[in-house]
Write a protein that binds this ligand. Structure first.
Ligand SMILES: C[S@@+](CC[C@H](N)C(=O)[O-])C[C@H]1O[C@@H](n2cnc3c(N)ncnc32)[C@H](O)[C@@H]1O
Length: 364
């Protein structure tokens, strides 16, 4: 699994999700929050101008991971588009993610998952692109509809180390917070410029990502606290060196609605306009399914495996190579076990603030 090169802060930026299909198996939190964004994608599919009949129609999915959570939105978009262009028209779906993504799991999911859009829409052809979504990934003017869920809070780089935590939202260091805010602003503009180039005039992209809900102590940040305590415990026990622990950062940033809107202050940004935006709370399905935390073991296991699948590969990028894959596996297992202990003692509803946006490419 490839990680991006070392960053100025000394830590590695985002690594792909945990492999061997583990993310697919442990991403029900993400999947359970998709509905409002899927509704917006269906609206967008009804509104976009279609390319001429002989031209191919492209849908792009940015930050697909292993694909399970992409099946419903892409299927809903195809169902909304189908009646507009009639039987038999071919559609290309481009799933994109970092080069080291678990592509085998993605293709297996598309071929075999009972929920796959390929089963309902056999004239749909899936392809994958390995590259950062902060760059242009598809030809100019080629994408009719875009989708990205739970990906845009990941940054392209760690701007500075975080001395007092794993996640900037939990740090009390004003300089660190400012550096991450600046990085997030640069990344957001890079993402928007790349999508502005790829989208056809009138094309739309729907985005769903973790955001800042505006309160100082978001309950979901407690998951990062549990991870931080787990990492400190592993350092205390001698399993992690101080240097490894110091380089462990989860390079995510939760933008406020103001930060999201900032590039559009003067109107369009590179020809992209906000058609719709909102902040919503994504339900905590683990809280719901464990009798509001009454089943402490299942509650703790649910949140620890969510965090493991999404963030441990990035944290493991800070391990030195001396222990090989065995030590990496041991890190995953020991850190997850420690997180379970802490989460079992801190059972609350961790509904997460999410931003949901529809952006439209204006005529050139
Ligand atoms: C939490 S997963 C979301 C997967 C899926 N879309 C979902 O809704 O469950 C975030 C994905 O974004 C990808 N990602 C992070 N930074 C990226 C970047 N710069 N370019 C492309 N993909 C990126 C990660 O590799 C990961 O697969």
């Amino acid at each position: 699994m490839a990680a991006e090169p070392d960053r100025p802060g000394g830590s590695v930026a985002a690594a792909p999700m945990e492999g061997n299909g583990a993310y697919n198996r442990h991403s029900s939190v993400q999947g359970s929050a998709l509905a409002p964004a899927i509704a917006k994608l269906v609206e967008a599919a009804a509104a976009v101008p279609l390319p001429p009949p002989a031209a191919s129609l492209a849908i792009a999915d940015y930050g697909c991971a292993q694909g399970h959570n992409s099946l419903r939105p892409i299927g809903a978009a195809l169902a909304a588009l189908g009646p507009r262009f009639g039987e038999g028209r071919a559609v290309s779906v481009f799933h994109t993610d970092l080069p080291g993504n678990d592509w085998a799991a993605l293709f297996d999911t598309i071929a075999r998952d009972p929920a796959s859009y390929r089963k309902r829409f056999p004239q749909t052809f899936a392809a994958a692109i390995g590259g950062s979504f902060f760059t242009q990934l598809l030809p100019a003017d080629s994408v009719t509809l875009g989708w990205s869920s739970w990906a845009l809070h990941w940054l392209s780089a760690v701007p500075v180390s975080i001395p007092d935590h794993l996640q900037v939202g939990c740090s009390r260091d004003a300089g660190v917070r400012a550096a991450f805010a600046a990085q997030a602003a640069r990344d957001w503009e890079s993402f928007l410029a790349a999508r502005a180039a790829e989208l056809r005039p009138g094309g739309r992209i729907v985005l769903l990502f973790r955001a800042d809900g505006g309160t100082a102590t978001e309950p979901y940040l407690g998951i990062f606290d549990a991870a931080w305590r787990a990492v400190l415990e592993l350092e205390g026990s001698g399993f992690l060196s101080a240097g490894e622990r110091a380089h462990m950062v989860v390079p995510t940033y939760h933008r406020s609605l103001e930060e999201i809107r900032a590039p559009f202050a003067a109107g369009d940004f590179h020809g992209l306009a906000i058609e719709h935006d909102m902040l919503a709370l994504g339900e905590d399905p683990i809280w719901r399914d464990t009798g509001q935390g009454a089943d402490a073991a299942s509650y703790a296991a649910g949140w620890a495996s969510f965090f493991r699948a999404a963030a441990f590969p990035t944290l493991a990028g800070a391990l030195d190579d001396s222990g090989g894959p065995g030590r990496r596996h041991e890190f995953f297992d020991r850190a997850e076990a420690a997180m379970r202990t802490y989460l079992a003692q801190d059972r609350i509803n961790r509904a997460m603030p999410l931003a949901c946006l529809t952006l439209m490419r204006r005529e050139r």
